[in-house]
Design a protein around this ligand. Structure first.
Ligand SMILES: Cc1cc2nc3c(=O)[nH]c(=O)nc-3n(C[C@H](O)[C@H](O)[C@H](O)COP(=O)(O)O)c2cc1C
Length: 192
């Protein structure tokens, strides 16, 4: 079940480098895409950095709304991640269904502070508000954002740490290239 995460621990949801799903919405429009190039940027208030190509429909909705959500998918969602990362929601406009979430039958639930939907079945969710930085957005497709709400599935993230043991299907996925992923979660600890 999704559980609210303290801002001081939010960076840990991305610190191990998962490939994520970015959801966005503006007016009646909503969308989803895959994004491997993301990272935490600060502790509290938590911030993130993410690369969103200027040709994506996601970027259009993000820039129009000023917000987006990062959803951290797991092993059983890998095929869906690749599917939504290989077509554009723009191609569906004016058709029925008119968005990728409906076309791929992806279940969602409402975010607490933004209009973008959150993807059910993911293991963490970060609701983000864009920090406008036009130069790096236009030059590097790089967006900075403040996380204004965060949740995680307490079966695999609690007390500020991931624990995937006994939940192989919920392990996060890490894109290498061309549809090849790594699934990680072999935890070890250094020091006291
Ligand atoms: C595994 C994977 C990772 C991806 N990572 C990124 C990324 O970090 N940034 C990006 O702009 N596009 C990335 N993409 C490509 C977008 O998901 C793709 O362009 C998508 O079709 C955009 O959809 P949209 O036009 O509906 O927003 C990735 C695709 C895949 C399959």
């Amino acid at each position: 079940m999704p559980k609210i995460i303290d801002f001081s621990k939010t960076y840990r949801l991305l610190n191990h480098g998962p490939t994520v799903l970015v959801t966005s919405a503006h007016g009646e429009h909503r969308n989803i895409m895959a994004a491997a190039w993301n990272m935490p940027l600060d502790f509290d208030p938590p911030k993130v950095a993410i690369v969103i190509d200027k040709n994506t429909y996601t970027r259009e909705l993000m820039e129009a709304s000023g917000t987006f959500a990062i959803n951290v998918p797991c092993r059983v969602q890998a095929e869906m991640v690749v599917r939504v990362g290989n077509c554009s929601g723009r191609e569906l406009l004016g058709k029925s269904p008119d968005n990728k979430l409906a076309a791929f039958d992806i279940p969602t639930f409402p975010a607490s502070r933004i209009s973008a939907p959150l993807v059910a079945g993911c293991v963490a969710w970060l609701e983000c508000r864009i920090i406008p930085e036009p130069h790096i957005q236009n030059t590097y497709d790089l967006f900075l954002a403040e996380v204004i709400a965060a949740q995680a599935d307490e079966r695999v993230f609690s007390d500020g740490r991931w624990h995937f043991e006994g939940h192989d299907e919920l392990r996060t996925i890490h894109h290498v290239a061309g549809g090849a992923f790594m699934s990680i979660g072999d935890a070890f600890k250094i020091g006291a």
